[in-house]
Design a protein around this ligand. Structure first.
Ligand code: FE
Length: 174
């Protein structure tokens, strides 16, 4: 027996979305898809943009690393969320190791040195970074920064160079 309320439970939402709501982003096969989507960042380091949020100043990306050792030392003025999809990594400043399936919250004010262990061939981690990655030496001396706008620029240059076209990045921008 089917009641009227059961039928309603299966209905999609019947009203239009708000006029000013943005379009959703869907990235199928984000880890294994088209290799050209991965933007080179350094030797054996790439990022793949998922959401580049220029209105709130954050970005969500996959970080892929195929070498071990120290990757970067950086300060986070804003919060970071991470989820490890492959391999593992740690920070010189902490005891814990982020393994596959680990979730990590990096609170504002953290400065840490990212290391991939010697026995890891490939590390892939999803990061949401708000504000900037502020690169420093061990004593805090500035060594550059990244924000959502430098990320967008890197994507534009790379996607143009690999034939996807600079505008390919637009699908990730909100
Ligand atoms: Fe960090």
């Amino acid at each position: 027996m089917t009641s009227e309320s059961d039928d309603h439970d299966k209905l999609p939402y019947q009203l239009p979305f708000p006029d000013h709501a943005l379009q959703e982003i869907v990235v199928p096969d984000a880890v294994a898809g088209d290799d050209r989507a991965w933007v080179p960042q350094a030797d054996n380091v790439w990022f793949r943009p998922l959401c580049l949020n220029r209105s709130q100043g954050y970005w969500v990306n996959l970080l892929r690393v195929t070498r071990s050792g120290v990757l970067s030392r950086h300060r986070h003025p804003g919060p970071v969320h991470g989820f490890v999809l492959k391999g593992s990594w740690r920070y010189l400043e902490h005891e814990w190791v982020a393994n596959v399936g680990s979730y990590v919250f990096e609170p504002p004010g953290e400065t840490h040195t990212l290391v991939v262990p010697d026995d890891v061939d490939e590390m892939i981690t999803l990061f949401q970074v708000t504000g900037v990655m502020y690169y420093v030496d061990p004593w805090g001396k500035p060594a550059g920064y990244e924000d959502v706008f430098t990320k967008i620029d890197m994507c534009r240059q790379h996607y143009e160079a690999v034939g996807l076209g600079a505008d390919h990045v637009e699908r990730f921008i909100r």
